[in-house]
Write a protein that binds this ligand. Sequence first.
Ligand code: ZN
Ligand code: ZN
Length: 410
Amino acid sequence: MAAGGIFEGLQGQLEWQRSLYEHFHRHPELSLQEHATAERIEQELTELGLAPRRVGGTGVVAVLENGTGPTVLARADTDALPVTEATGLPYASETPGVMHACAHDMHIVALLGAARLLHEHRDAWSGTYIALFQPGEETAAGARAMLDDGLVAQLPRPDVALAQHVMATEAGVIGTTAGPVLSAGDSLRITVHGRGAHGSMPHNAVDPVVLAASIVLRLQGIVSREVPPGAFAVVTVGASNAGSKSNIIPDRAELLLNLRTYDARIRELVIGAIERIVRAECQASGCPREPELEYYDQFPLTANDAAVDRRVTDAFTAHFGADRVVRTDPVTASEDFSRIPDAFGVPYAYWFVGSTPREALAGGGPVPANHSPSFAPAVDPTLETATRAHAVAALAHFGTDARTDTEEQP
Ligand code: ZN
Ligand code: ZN
């Protein structure tokens, strides 16, 4: 069979994929609670003739061994969000307060579709394909759970890893980039300790409200005054909590910070500046105790390997046409995918698949995007594009050219 013939069966399997997509969208599950989702993924893989296994609780992997050649690992995340769906879709979430608002349901079905294409056309390529369904992306806990469960020892070592994300950009268009594509993300809980007093007697207090306010303002100088112009960093104070009553000066205040960076050195610089400012402001206020700084919800940097990005981008351009592949700026969101290739010490590429019809974007106004209760990816052509993208990117590494079967051909 000609290499490109692999896509001949796609139209026939899209109905299966559409109904699976609606199923997963109707039945979203929160991070690390993807039990029914994992069971359904296992069931579908088993029916395809693959032998899935669980790793890390609700993680699922299937290894397609198909002769000599490179090993390609492709990953989809599977969790949903604590969001109440407001799309009004006929297949909207049936679980109150939980929604696939980040399109991970689309990721699941695209990867199942690519695995099916590769499995049914094993004569068109040679190598090993690993389909990996990762739970718990939204809380940055899922990749780690799979690794802690011995993922590296349980799989053949991949030569390359691939992942994609559906975004609210133009439907049917793929965005790729070399280098940083998603930021590193860190959350930080800062507790400062003052001395409480009656609200009428501030001279008896070390006021943590004034101290926290001073810290919040001083932190604004990190990005504007310390990070080199041209480098990227975000320092956001997302919560500031202290006190309960107008006439009581509390004894502590808590700040919750969120940091985003594209460069490990800039991240170190920002973290060093935050810790220096917090400690110095506490000293300036005469705090009776040292502040506490606790990091949580930490996401690694996602930075594409230049050679892998080139290979994948060239394959997308050949398959979809140049008008459907764009270079994209990095996005300030974060992901835990890179933990998996990093654990194997292998390069990776991560790309975006648009899901909003051009007409909806034409007005220039805001459109519902990831994490919005109204985010509703256009199933056509997003599902087909995302399925083809996973298969094309894998075939590019198996040395099989998908160019001979573009979508324009019957
Ligand atoms: Zn998300
Ligand atoms: Zn997501």
